[in-house]
Design a protein around this ligand. Structure first.
Ligand code: COA
Ligand code: MG
Length: 290
């Protein structure tokens, strides 16, 4: 079993070389150089070339390097791919994902590039942001649109405005959508990445929001500032106590299994298969089952 953790995905505008340089020095699972809404229209050209150059010249260590495209089926997205494909990022983030035809077409285009460049098939991964009402109702089809897809990302800010809701600190207005994204990601064996937390000064609020996202079933969360990264990565890393508890549970499971016992009591609680799977999942995320 292998697991490629994407606990924090740090966004930065792709025309900001200073931020890209800074990101390369951070211990972050994943960075996303943004060509879409973080970049002014007259800076798109510069952003593409800055991102391509960064990919070709900077050492990012173990950090995964992604690029957020402009919405598919636009001239901007075409220009993004023309400049960024030869720079070989690890994958692309697709904003405002709504229809499967354009996702499949993008996947086919990536396959052609991979073949012609002698790259392994499937080298470029895709992550789709669900952030519109149309995207939300097409979740099932989007999740199955291409085997290249590795994650669904929930974009809470665009989504809220798309349905005419009002964003509140409590976030009840996005709870249904968050859970829907987790559900469809799980059904399609994809990672589920939670929306960003906009208040850069509120680190306790961020910690609580990241933990809540993990409780809902998300595997990671977007970050927009370096100081958010350690808080998010910690929230999505099993604690020592969780790891030890999972190890004790699995040891008890093995012992009971050897005796032919299926359901048993452990530390005062009934244990059966779903809890065993959850414990295995904790160890997988902690890197213990790799
Ligand atoms: N990635 C990498 N580095 C970042 C960063 C990011 N997302 N955000 C800030 N930094 C760097 C700054 O350049 C600065 O570096 P320095 O100390 O070497 O000068 C340092 O971290 C501290 O930054 P700070 O001054 O606190 O923030 P700022 O005012 O420069 O920027 C934002 C604030 C919100 C504009 C910035 O965090 C940002 O661009 N975030 C990403 C926004 C984005 O991509 N949105 C669209 C996708 S959701
Ligand atoms: Mg958006």
């Amino acid at each position: 079993m292998s697991y490629n953790p994407r606990r924090a995905l740090l966004f930065m505008p792709a025309d900001d070389l200073h931020k890209i340089n800074k990101a390369a020095t951070l211990e972050v699972d994943c960075i996303v150089m943004d060509l879409e809404d973080g970049v002014a229209p007259d800076r798109k050209h510069a952003a593409r070339h800055t991102a391509a150059q960064a990919l070709q010249t900077l050492a990012f260590g173990r950090t995964e390097r992604l690029v957020r495209l402009n919405p598919l089926n636009t001239a901007e997205a075409e220009a993004d791919l023309a400049v960024l494909l030869p720079a070989l990022p690890d994958g692309f983030v697709v904003p405002k994902a709504e229809d499967t035809i354009s996702l499949s077409a993008l996947s086919a285009r990536l396959a052609t590039f991979e073949r012609e460049a002698g790259l392994p098939q499937g080298k470029f991964t895709l992550l789709a942001i669900i952030e519109t009402a149309r995207g939300m109702v097409a979740l099932r089809e989007i999740a199955a649109s291409t085997p290249r897809l590795s994650a669904l990302i929930f974009g809470g800010e665009d989504y809220t405005s798309s349905i005419g809701a009002q964003r509140t600190p409590q976030g009840m207005e996005i709870l249904y959508a968050r859970s829907a994204v987790v559900l469809h990601a799980a059904a399609a064996h994809l990672q589920a990445i939670d929306t960003l937390f906009t208040n850069l000064e509120d680190s306790e609020g961020l910690r609580a929001d990241a933990r809540f996202g993990r409780q809902l079933g998300f595997t990671g969360k977007l970050a927009i500032h370096p100081k958010q990264v350690p808080i998010i990565q910690e929230a999505f890393t099993p604690s020592q106590a969780e790891i030890e508890s999972a190890e004790r549970l699995l040891a008890a499971y093995k012992a009971n299994q050897a005796l032919g016992i299926g359901v048993f009591a452990h530390e005062g609680k009934m244990v059966d298969m779903p809890m065993i799977k959850a414990a295995q999942n904790v160890l997988l995320r902690a890197g213990r089952l790799l």
